[in-house]
Design a protein around this ligand. Structure first.
Ligand SMILES: [Fe+2]
Length: 258
C-alpha cells in the first residue's frame, strides 16, 4: 500500500517532532503493509517554508535511519498546501511542493467554510497542468452538509483523499458517514492516513482498506490504497468513473443534515 498523506518529516510542523518519531511512524507503516510513504508537511507562508533542499535533507536522514533499522519502506516528498489566492505563485516559488514532483498537489481548505476564491484558484492550478488532490474531504463541514459542490470539482478533474481514521469513526459519526458517502458515490479516489505521529492518527491503512472493501468491494478498495496513489507518485493519468451525483435533498429531509 501507498500512504500519500503523512506528517512524517520531523521537526517542521505538527507531525513527527523528532527523527525517532519519524522512524517509529515508518516502522508502524511497514508492519501494516505500507511500502511507500509520502511525507507531506504543511507548506504555508506562516509555517514550514524552508526550501525543498531542507525538506529533502530531513527526509534523507529518516531514510538512512530506517535503513539502519531494517525498515523496508520507500520515503518520498510532497507537501500539503492551504488554499490561498496566491497558491499558483507558491508553486513557482517552491513553497508549494507537489507529490513526488508530479502534477498532483495536495490542498486543504478551512474545515468550516469554503473560501469564495477557491474555484478560481483551482481553475488557475488546472490551467497550469496541476491536478489538485483535496485532503481529508470528509472532514469539511460544507462537504458533510452537501456533496454536490465537491462532485462538481471532481467532474472537473479534482481528486479526493479520504482519511483512514475517519472511515473507522475516530472523528465521530458525522465524519464517518461523510467518508462512507464519498466512497459509495465514487467521490473518493484514495485513502491516506494523514498521520501526525506514531499515536496521533497512526500511519496505517489496512483496517481502513478492509472497511472500504465492505463498502465498495475489494477491487475499488485496492485502487484507493494502491493503484491510484501509485499513479500519482509516478505522475501518470488517473482515469476514474464519473461520480454518482447526489440528488437535491427534499425539504422535508432537512434533519439528515444534522
Ligand atoms: Fe495533513
Amino acid at each position: 500500500m501507498i500512504d500519500l498523506h503523512t506528517h512524517l518529516l520531523p521537526g517542521v510542523d505538527d507531525g513527527a517532532g523528532t527523527l525517532a518519531e519519524a522512524v517509529a511512524m515508518a516502522r508502524l507503516a511497514a508492519a501494516d503493509g505500507v511500502t511507500t510513504i509520502v511525507a507531506t508537511p504543511h507548506r504555508n507562508p506562516w509555517s514550514y517554508r524552508a526550501d525543498r533542499a531542507d525538506a529533502e535533507r530531513r527526509l534523507e536522514e529518516v531514510r538512512r535511519a530506517c535503513q539502519c533499522e531494517g525498515i523496508a519502506v520507500r520515503l518520498l516528498l510532497g507537501g500539503e498546501s492551504y488554499i490561498a489566492p496566491d497558491l499558483p505563485e507558491q508553486l513557482e516559488t517552491g513553497l508549494a511542493l507537489t507529490i513526488n514532483g508530479s502534477r498532483y498537489l495536495l490542498i486543504e481548505w478551512p474545515l468550516a467554510e469554503y473560501p469564495p476564491y477557491s474555484d478560481q484558484v483551482i481553475f488557475e492550478l488546472q490551467v497550469r497542468g496541476v491536478i489538485p488532490v483535496v485532503a481529508h474531504a470528509e472532514r469539511y463541514r460544507f462537504i458533510q452538509q452537501d456533496l454536490r459542490g465537491l462532485a462538481r470539482q471532481v467532474e472537473r478533474g479534482v481528486l479526493v483523499q479520504v482519511t483512514a481514521s475517519s472511515l473507522l469513526g475516530e472523528f465521530g459519526p458525522r465524519t464517518r458517514r461523510a467518508s462512507e458517502d464519498l466512497l459509495t458515490r465514487g467521490l473518493a479516489h484514495l485513502i491516506a492516513s494523514d498521520s501526525h505521529g506514531p499515536e496521533r492518527r497512526a500511519p496505517v491503512l489496512s483496517r481502513a482498506r478492509a472497511r472500504a472493501a465492505e463498502l465498495v468491494g475489494e477491487e475499488r478498495a485496492r485502487a484507493l490504497v494502491e493503484d491510484v496513489p501509485r499513479a500519482i507518485i509516478n505522475d501518470e493519468r488517473v482515469d476514474l468513473p464519473p461520480p454518482v451525483l447526489p440528488k437535491p435533498r427534499p425539504f422535508w429531509a432537512f434533519w439528515r443534515a444534522g
